[in-house]
Write a protein that binds this ligand. Sequence first.
Ligand code: HEM
Length: 504
Amino acid sequence: MDPLTYGRALTGIALAVHITLAVPGIGLPLFIAIAHFVGLRRRDPHWMALADQWTRLFAILFPIGAVTGTLLPVLLVVLWPVFMQIVGEVGVLPMFVEGFAFFIEAIFLGLYLYGREKLHPWVHWATSLPLVLGSAASAFLITTVNAWMQTPTGFHLEDGKVSAADPMAAMFNPSTWVETGHVLVTTYLTVAFFIAGWLAWQSLRHPNRVPRPVLRKGVALALVVGFISAAGAAGTGHLSAQSLAVRQPLKLAAIEALFDTEGNAPLTIGGWPDPETGRVIGGIEIPSLLSIMVYGPGGADGVIKGLRDFPRELWPPLIVHLTFDLMVGIGILLLVIPLLYWAGNWLTRRRQTAQAPRTATSAATSPDANLGVASMSSSDHLPPMLEKGWFQWLLAASGPLAFVAMQSGWLTTELGRQPWMLYEKLTVAAAFTTADYVPALFWAMMVGYAIIVGVAVLLLRRVLARHDLAAELERAGRTLVRVVEATTGSGARQPGQPAVPTQP
Ligand code: HEM
């Protein structure tokens, strides 16, 4: 391998590791805040147990994500000094502000972790909100830098010299809103299915360590958020594709494997685009659909530029057609899973009601039966779909699949930008270092990343084995006794109020 290939491979691996570790750190605070809120409001230990376990995951992944995130700019300076010099002059503003978002997260994570026994229960819950906002702000700010690489505005570059630098124009470049929107929505989508998959996997492996109401409520929340964000992913993804048609038409042609410029352009699903023959081997073509998707329902004859309109040496690797299809395919599956869950539950209950009207009625109309709207009289029953082994396996697989979709999305965006580092301004080759130690650095960093990933896996396994959901539930029960005491003043029970929330 030549040094440039080592440099590309190292950057790709470093980003993939960072994204995998950072995504749960961005999405989990939202789930923690919701579960904690519902738990406090209903004095429901199941929701509190979920919030507690997700907090443990967050507390492990946040610092590890921060370590890999801190390594990245250093690595980029070493490997791509020409690019990073331009970033320093033009694109550094969001990175700078992101430092503040990170501090807010770090401070409030400390308060949230250690304030449990010391703060008023609602003040304690409120300390989770800056974590939600801080993590979303971090994701937004860093993604604006990537958006700037796709549509680099806010400066002139001539003979390697930057002039007329405008950091605000760079930050709010034409791709900013569409890319940050897609990234944020798909981050919550990934974490939603990570949670659903994790719960399903735990209950398949150790059914007695996952209390059934906790499983039911956790899966219900994950699938509601998962469904909303899967629909959001499709919507923002559609806008991304339309934006590509205007701003990066060559990338669009590559991800859609369109060789010839044409109206009524077909949408090709799957297949292998062969650059030599200019044909897609084995794909399924849907006539006019690509034109319709770009120009709207009345735009079937809209012209889409094909690869042959551009010089061959500027084509990105055509594997982006497959990474794109993989992302979209998984996105559609993730949209279908919640629908399958709700429809399956509904149909089974309807059948049960028809067969045994009296006994089935209570299950069918139970307020917490489907969408995770809890009641304190939670029973041990599971929604019918969660009783089915095949559905539990499907849920368990959905977590890793969501991560695959996320990585495929980044591969599509980043490989699709090749050969440019800053689109149509600076090539990857021109941005690369002249230093000759890149292969050695590659292997040293591989060892470093293996250690980081190993430590993350080890910590997660140990902590979650010691604090499984059954143990979390016991602890949550104790917390709620304190909540009752704090909110009623003296610890004296109000008439009709349970001292400890009813355990199923
Ligand atoms: C369901 C339909 C989806 C569509 C139509 C879609 C569309 C797109 C498009 C066109 C891009 C390239 C944008 C660019 O290069 O500027 C992209 C990138 C990306 N996609 Fe998707 N996507 C979908 C689903 C998903 C899912 C399910 C995930 C993850 C769970 C995901 C994660 C990403 C990521 C992380 C990127 C890179 C960042 C970006 O450029 O926005 N996408 N998507």
